[in-house]
Design a protein around this ligand. Structure first.
Ligand code: SAH
Length: 211
């Protein structure tokens, strides 16, 4: 399944810009292994998972391939990327995957507090990202942000925002990607109380005026 994903990604990348990484070996580590790093922090079983700003399906699709029982929602604001997502989900015959074309700030109205887990990689800094992701998480669930090795300053800046939105920093888990010396930080945030109704603010506001 990963081979097919790789081939389709390369083929579509000739027409649309889906990923800046175009060497097969690099895709395997920086997209596939990296997406799977979450399993070193958390056991995935039957959770409902939303991947916010999934792009060409990262980290959501690799996680679904190895943990087929999760219920996965892939949210992506760019239409052409959702077309690739539909193509790859049907080609790989993945079941239980919803693909949503839209912005997190808009979808959060309908899907508030309805997921066990929200994940995001390379979408925004943690301060902004928390407002896009935490509203989707049920109380008792988690939000996990994929970040670079050195992330402590970014976490400190976001500390108040996380608290305001009903989150609590649980752990910064460092993971070395197999077959490389790349260190990844997974910021694990637990949802401890409901997000106040005024968040997220309307589309674009978090980016311009972070909490
Ligand atoms: N997660 C993928 C893609 C990262 S690029 C990866 O790691 O490879 C960031 C993606 O987030 C882009 O495809 C962009 O369209 C999407 N995005 C940015 N802001 C968004 C928002 N508010 N709601 C939904 N998608 C968003």
């Amino acid at each position: 399944m990963f081979d097919v994903y790789l081939q389709e990604l390369l083929a579509w990348n000739k027409k649309f810009n889906l990923t800046a990484i175009t060497k097969s070996e690099e895709i395997k580590i920086k997209h596939f292994e990296d997406s799977l790093a979450l399993r070193q922090a958390l056991r995935l079983t039957k959770q409902s998972v939303i991947d916010i700003g999934t792009g060409a399906g990262f980290p959501g699709i690799p996680l679904k391939i190895v943990c087929p029982e999760i219920k996965l929602t892939l949210l992506e604001a760019t239409k052409k990327k959702t077309e690739f997502l539909k193509h790859i989900v049907s080609t790989l015959n993945l079941k239980g995957v919803d693909i949503v074309w839209g912005r997190a700030e808009d979808l959060a109205k309908d899907k508030r507090e309805s997921f066990d887990l929200a994940v995001a990689r390379a979408v925004a800094n943690l301060n902004i990202l928390s407002e896009l992701c935490l509203p989707f998480v049920k109380v008792g669930g988690q939000f996990i942000a994929y970040k670079e090795d050195k992330v402590e300053a970014e976490v400190e800046v976001a500390a108040n925002t996380i608290k305001t939105l009903g989150g609590e920093l649980q752990e910064i888990k460092k993971v070395i990607l197999p077959g490389s010396d790349i260190v990844r930080s997974l910021i694990i945030i637990k949802k401890v109380s409901p997000t106040p109704a005024k968040y997220p603010r309307r589309a674009g506001v978090a980016n311009k005026n972070a909490l």
